[in-house]
Design a protein around this ligand. Structure first.
Ligand SMILES: NC(=O)c1ccc[n+]([C@@H]2O[C@H](COP(=O)([O-])OP(=O)(O)OC[C@H]3O[C@@H](n4cnc5c(N)ncnc54)[C@H](O)[C@@H]3O)[C@@H](O)[C@H]2O)c1
Length: 340
């Protein structure tokens, strides 16, 4: 019997990575996860406890050596491990650069050596934040304007990946994810993603803390659609490509409040100062990924939000943010980002 192809998913205990793991196991791959569980959770993988083709290596990508056995005979690498919160990147730039840039070098080297006879594709989880305050809808060839260390670190990680493709002939692709949402999105940790903040506030019956006037829009994309895009990028012949992954349908923050049952007129919203350096609109031009990979999102925003609401109790232990605690958590941001 022919051995199954091996896929390594770094950051596979995290939000997007764990959905990638599910997708790959469904396709019959042997899946090895590399994760240090700083942001990820074992509960995201608990349903795989008895799955023979699945294993978890608890380790830090910054400590990987080129001869790491986890990568031996690997065919596909999906690199999601990284630190994702935007606001704390202003305070901890060393950690962000070490994990998202140098950590990516470590993963590439382990993949290059372990997969020297087998590697078919290395797919990197890049971020739309590299575009900064960009023209919209944003195409892959628009100028790079990272506004804060998280964005810079993810962009440099992407450059490292493409460079390894150029110098070492590694078969690489980079996927610029816009705003992913869906089940298993992180519920704890630093102040950040709007879903976690709003879900906990809804559970507690507290007002939604809306940054700016709430008319700003984000191109939210459902997590299984993201995993599908990575899967297609790994299996189509195109190499060295960068793809946007977004829904091409920006949604306003106030619309999300509405879908959660909140209303400005009823006093359910507290408005907070707009954060400098953050765009009014993120909006992916997805023409390229549709044309080259035949990918299109399949879950619309309203449906995605309603699926997430079925699990709202999981946010019971998440931090409950209010205007004061958010002001404290973002003080350094305003100090460094407000240049006017
Ligand atoms: N969620 C989004 O909207 C979004 C948008 C653009 C890019 N991305 C990128 O996609 C990737 C996954 O994001 P996510 O939202 O699933 O975040 P996540 O925090 O849920 O997942 C990241 C995973 O990486 C692991 N990790 C962190 N540092 C590590 C280290 N040093 N060694 C080993 N493992 C480590 C964490 O434990 C976690 O399981 C990240 O690289 C992120 O920058 C995400």
């Amino acid at each position: 019997m022919q051995a199954k192809s091996i896929a390594v998913v770094t950051g596979g205990a995290g939000f997007i990575g764990s959905h990638m793991v599910d997708r790959l196991l469904r396709e019959g791959y042997t899946v090895r996860v590399v994760d240090n569980l700083t942001g990820g959770r074992l509960s995201n993988l608990a349903h795989l406890e008895r799955t023979a083709d699945f294993s978890l290596e608890e380790c830090d990508i910054r400590d990987l050596s080129p001869d790491s056995s986890v990568f031996s005979d690997v065919s596909y690498v999906f690199h999601f491990a990284g630190i994702g919160d935007i606001v704390p990147s202003i305070e901890q730039p060393i950690d962000y650069m070490a994990t998202n840039v140098q950590g990516t070098v470590r993963v590439l080297e382990a993949a290059r050596h372990g997969g020297r006879a087998t590697l078919k594709r290395f797919v990197y989880a890049a971020s739309s934040s590299c575009y900064g305050l960009a023209e919209t809808p944003t195409r892959e060839d628009y100028p790079m304007q990272p506004q804060y260390p998280y964005a810079l670190s993810k962009y440099q990680g992407e450059q490292v990946v493409l460079h390894w493709g150029q110098v070492y002939d590694m078969p690489v692709n980079s996927m610029r994810i816009f705003n992913a949402y869906g089940p298993r999105v992180r519920t704890t940790g630093a102040y950040g993603a709007v879903f976690g903040v709003f879900f906990r506030q809804k559970l507690a019956g507290k007002p939604y803390t809306v940054v700016g006037d709430g008319t700003q829009t984000r191109d939210f994309i459902y997590v299984t659609d993201v995993a599908e895009a990575f899967f297609l990028a790994a299996h189509h012949p195109h190499l060295g490509e960068i793809y946007n992954i977004g829904a091409d349908k920006p949604q306003s923050v106030l619309h999300l409040v509405e879908l959660l049952g909140g209303s400005v007129a009823n006093g359910d919203v507290v408005f907070l100062p707009k954060r400098p350096g953050e765009p009014d609109c993120t909006w992916a031009n997805t023409e390229k990924i549709t044309r080259l990979l035949g990918w299109k999102p399949s879950v619309d925003f309203k449906t995605g939000v309603s699926i997430m609401l079925q699990d709202i109790d999981k946010w019971q232990d998440a931090p409950l943010w209010d205007a004061d605690s958010i002001a404290k958590a973002t003080a350094t941001w305003f100090r460094h980002m407000d240049k006017k």
